[in-house]
Ligand binder design. Structure first.
Ligand SMILES: [Zn+2]
Length: 470
């Protein structure tokens, strides 16, 4: 099977709750051997059973979801070397053969002096080099570098893979990854998506999905890893003969592996790559677009791409974005909270139209405590009411810390200096967060559309130097 399978699986993670039933069977490895094939048939059968049983996927924060998406990018990339490449010579068999297709990104190849994939060189640039027979990555010059520093050379390197998926600033090793982590005790029931199973000096693996049955019992753990010269995903499942769940315990955790949880996992960003678009990505450049109602030539397409790819918004269904639909006040609060990396919150809110089990409760509690939102009356928040343009601008301004605007007026004739949102609007206009619906009208009471909301959030994120990471 193709990259499409990988991508679909990644998308399923994105749409955990709404699309749990849409999972497709596992993708095959690049070079299947007979055991792998048998194992994959079993995987498919188990996937089918999983779907039928209504397996529930672990819910993850946007940062952790980005870890998985970054891992997907690196494992989904398909490339075919034009010439043989010798890999890290410490690994026998670590070669990339001309004409064969590989998944997984070989790390840190010195195809250009000082540029290491994927830290300083994009996936697009890597593929460009792959397609160039005269590229330094095929040359003796590259080989000479390997003598000097064989470590980071053409390896599908497990710890580099985890380092990049975690959004760390540089390539770490199995010895240094713990410095960035909370070390968790060794039972598989402690594993969470985004965790690394690590054994110093040996191997590092990433947890990219976890499933439970309707009673909350653990039924499966997906491990993603890079082992020269290939990337792999393996589901460990209850009842599987090739990879039973207990194997993770007996062969790893009972044998010295520890669970590492990145301390910065909620801050990890993700950028769409036109070279490896994942399902759910939106991009006017390469045309990636899962939504049939989202014309990529409209003014808001870039903004929608941005907020979708950052995990701030998602579709209204698997194939619709509904750009002209309104957003509710609750949805606006959710977006603000996600933009701030879903911080923990405590306490209560004074609104009697808000239940403590509402999907937005943690977000609202945070926003209320921070003074970012206020009610529509003394004890009402009106979560389902449409969010007006004036309200949204005010929420964003208050999230930004109520900065003082430099200007004292704006050119809208439907806005007065005494209006409750006036300072927020001045700040938003002078920073390019919002513009009028026409040259001289802001239309403060109009309901914000999803497209307008996307544009405002993109502008705010870019104003403060991007949402999260790269
Ligand atoms: Zn693209």
């Amino acid at each position: 099977m193709s990259r499409r399978g990988f991508k679909t699986r990644c998308a399923a993670l994105l749409l955990i709750l709404s699309l749990a039933a849409a999972l497709l069977p596992l993708a095959a490895a690049a070079e299947p051997d007979p055991t792998e094939e048998a194992s994959q048939q079993e995987e498919s059968a188990m996937e089918e059973a999983l779907r039928a049983s209504g397996a529930i996927h672990a819910e993850v924060s946007p940062g952790v979801r980005n870890i998985v998406k970054r891992a997907c990018q690196l494992t989904d990339i398909v490339w075919t070397p034009l010439r043989n490449i010798e890999g890290w010579k410490n690994y026998s068999g670590n070669r990339f053969l001309a004409g064969r297709s590989y998944t997984g990104l070989p790390y840190a190849q010195p195809h250009r002096s000082g540029s290491y994939v994927p830290w300083q060189t994009s996936l697009t640039e890597f593929l460009r080099q792959v397609a160039n027979p005269d590229s330094a990555m095929y040359s003796a010059q590259a080989i000479s570098q390997v003598q000097k520093n064989p470590g980071p050379y053409y390896a599908c390197e497990c710890s580099a893979f985890v380092s990049w998926a975690w959004g760390l600033p540089q390539r770490e090793t199995t010895h240094t990854l713990p410095q960035y982590s909370t070390v968790i005790g060794g039972s598989i029931s402690n594993l969470q998506v985004g965790d690394c199973l690590n054994l110093e000096g040996k191997h590092a693996r990433l947890v990219t999905d976890i499933t439970y049955d309707a009673h909350g019992s653990l039924t499966g753990i997906e491990i993603c890893e890079e082992t020269p010269p290939a990337a792999r995903r393996i589901w460990y499942r209850e009842g599987s003969s090739s990879h039973p769940l207990t194997e993770l315990q007996t062969d790893f955790l009972d044998k010295g592996y520890v669970i590492l949880r990145s301390k910065t996992r909620d801050l990890v960003g993700y950028s769409h790559s036109c070279a490896v678009p994942l399902t759910g990505d939106v991009c006017p450049v390469c045309g990636a677009n899962p939504y049939r109602d989202l014309p990529l030539n409209r003014w808001y397409a870039g903004a929608v791409a941005y907020v979708c790819n950052q995990g701030l918004m998602s579709g209204t269904s698997a194939d619709t974005f509904s750009p002209n639909a309104e957003i509710t006040r609750a949805m606006a609060v959710m977006m603000l909270w996600r933009m701030e990396h879903s911080p923990d919150s405590v306490g209560t809110v004074p609104f009697r139209d808000v239940k403590t089990d509402a999907y937005y409760y943690a977000a609202l509690r945070w926003a209320w405590a921070r003074g970012i939102v206020s009610g529509t009356g003394a004890d009402r928040f009106s979560p389902k009411a449409p969010c007006t343009r004036a309200q949204l601008v005010t929420f964003l301004w208050q999230t930004a810390g109520k900065p003082n605007p430099k200007q004292s007026s704006c050119g809208f004739r439907d806005v007065k200096p005494g209006d409750w949102y006036y300072k927020a609007l001045l700040w938003a206009v002078e920073n390019g967060v919002v513009s009028g619906k026409s040259a001289d009208r802001f239309c403060p009471k109009d309901h914000a559309t999803r497209a307008e909301t996307a544009a405002m959030f993109q502008a705010v994120c870019q104003l403060r130097g991007s949402f999260m990471g790269r």
